[in-house]
Design a protein around this ligand. Structure first.
Ligand code: 5AD
Ligand code: SF4
Length: 450
């Protein structure tokens, strides 16, 4: 369609919650809306359309968004014609219940973003809109996300959508649907375009990148798995850093680990969520690996890539978790010595296998106490891991000016650790060699290498 004919001259404000995949989805939405004539605003007060891209992973994520919707109710009182849309996982989970709130005019699930322009048009004529159909094919492969990051250095590329691992606690397979991989040609094109635009780092995203698989419809011998995709992206340019997330302990292959070792520009970092150190819990969680298997994978990673950063996710207080199960988690964390971790209390999600089969029977105060013990241990492990870095040199990609001081920059080392150092004329987007002089549990304080 002719662009001019399609121009709606409206401003859209997008707020994003949840994972990196959601950040990238917001960029896909913005691309679709810009093509339909919308412009982005960062000022909610002038927006014609407010989109909230939501997360359902834990109840507190949803509660936060409900609180935000109450604030939007006030916006609507001031400006009756502003359209409020809920997109993403909460849209998919709660469907028309969101319309019942009378705050929301539009509900769009993660696979419906191509229909946003039409839905918004109908919603602005006073007809509430809902599209929560999940797809087996949609990967938005042909859409070039409009980057919303401010630094122009590091970008996300979704390589797949959905998830087929029905971990019993997890709502994602229900909100994001079945797993599908994206055509590698479109992934490589997107990465090449980012390089041409001056980007220095891409992060390949999927719920479980290790199960990426593309069967070439034309040739029988041209199939692509994750290791080969990673290699192809790394070969685009030695100046392009490649990261990826998330790896699944049951699926991460030796081929991926060896590919990482072969290319200097594939970052030495693996996010490998363990969830629990107890085999009883892992079984109930349907993680499909054991504590021993996990520890073996870590050993393999470290034998091939000794300096690899390994980070994880941990859930405290899953159904039926005993003190011994909890201690097993602590001892596994200690045995691995994770560089950092995201740590959560179990939150029952309606409709999941765990919600249907197991009682959410660990009292809140016990969950909190266990989580606090896990956090305290991880703080100690992070500090110990960072202390080992003192005196070492890292090549850092500068991502911006440090919050601590306008004279300091920050960026990540290959192993994903954040370094802060004096700018001394360097700027965002440069690679800089720094030497670590001291640390906290979260940051490597560094100076420029002389
Ligand atoms: N409760 C608590 N944490 C959860 N996660 C996923 N589902 C739940 C839940 N129901 C955590 C897992 C996952 C991370 C993204 O969120 O640790 O790896
Ligand atoms: Fe991302 Fe999962 Fe939250 Fe959906 S529910 S936004 S997939 S973290």
């Amino acid at each position: 369609m002719d662009k001019a004919e399609n121009t709606v001259d409206k401003k859209v404000y997008i707020e994003t919650y949840g994972c990196q995949m959601n950040v990238n989805d917001s960029e896909v939405m913005l691309s679709i809306l810009q093509d339909a004539g919308y412009t982005r605003t960062e000022d909610i007060g002038v927006a014609d359309v407010i989109l909230v891209n939501t997360c359902s992973i834990r109840d507190n994520a949803e509660q936060r968004i409900w609180g935000r919707l109450e604030q939007f109710r006030l916006q609507k009182k001031k400006r009756d014609n502003v359209i409020i849309g809920i997109t993403g996982c909460m849209a998919e989970r709660l469907k028309d219940r969101l319309l019942d709130s009378h705050i929301v005019d539009l509900v769009a699930g993660p696979d419906s973003y191509r229909t946003l322009p039409q839905m918004l048009e109908a919603a602005s004529s006073g007809h509430p809109q809902i599209n929560v159909l999940l797809s087996h094919e949609e990967t938005y492969a042909d859409i070039t996300p409009v980057r919303m990051d401010r630094n122009g250095v590091s970008a996300f590329i979704s390589i797949m959508r959905g998830c087929n691992n029905v971990c019993s606690y997890c709502v994602v397979p229900y909100t994001r649907g079945a797993e599908r991989s994206r055509d590698p040609k479109t992934i490589l094109k997107e990465a090449e375009n980012l390089v041409a635009m001056g980007y220095k780092e891409v992060c390949l995203l999927g719920q479980n990148v290790d199960s990426y698989y593309w069967k070439d419809p034309e040739t029988a011998d041209n199939d692509m798995n994750f290791a080969r995709l990673l290699e192809s992206v790394a070969q685009i340019s030695p100046d392009l850093r490649v990261r990826f997330s998330t790896s699944h302990p049951k699926d991460i292959s030796d081929e991926v680990i060896y590919t990482m070792a072969m290319y200097d520009n594939i970052c030495r970092h693996i996010h490998l969520p363990v969830q629990s150190g107890s085999n009883v819990m892992l079984e109930k969680m349907r993680r499909k690996y054991t504590r021993e298997w996990y520890l073996e994978r870590v050993k393999k990673i470290r034998s091939v890539i000794p300096d690899c950063g390994i980070t994880t996710d941990v859930i405290a207080g899953f159904c039926g978790e005993t003190e011994q199960d909890h201690r097993d988690t602590l001892s596994l964390m200690e045995a691995v010595g994770f560089d950092s971790a995201f740590m959560f209390q179990y939150s029952e999600r309606p409709g999941t296998l765990a919600a249907r089969k197991f009682a959410d029977d660990i009292p809140d105060e016990v969950k909190t106490r266990r989580l606090n013990e896990i956090i305290a241990l991880q703080n100690r492990l992070s500090l110990a891991s960072n202390e080992k870095e003192i005196g070492r040199t890292h090549r850092v990609l500068v991502e911006g000016v440090s919050k601590r001081s306008p004279d300091e920059l920050f960026g990540r080392a290959s192993n994903n650790k954040v370094c802060v150092f004096p700018a001394e004329g360097h700027v965002t987007g440069e690679y800089v060699d720094v030497t670590v002089t001291s640390c906290t549990s979260a940051t490597l304080i560094s100076r420029l290498k002389r």
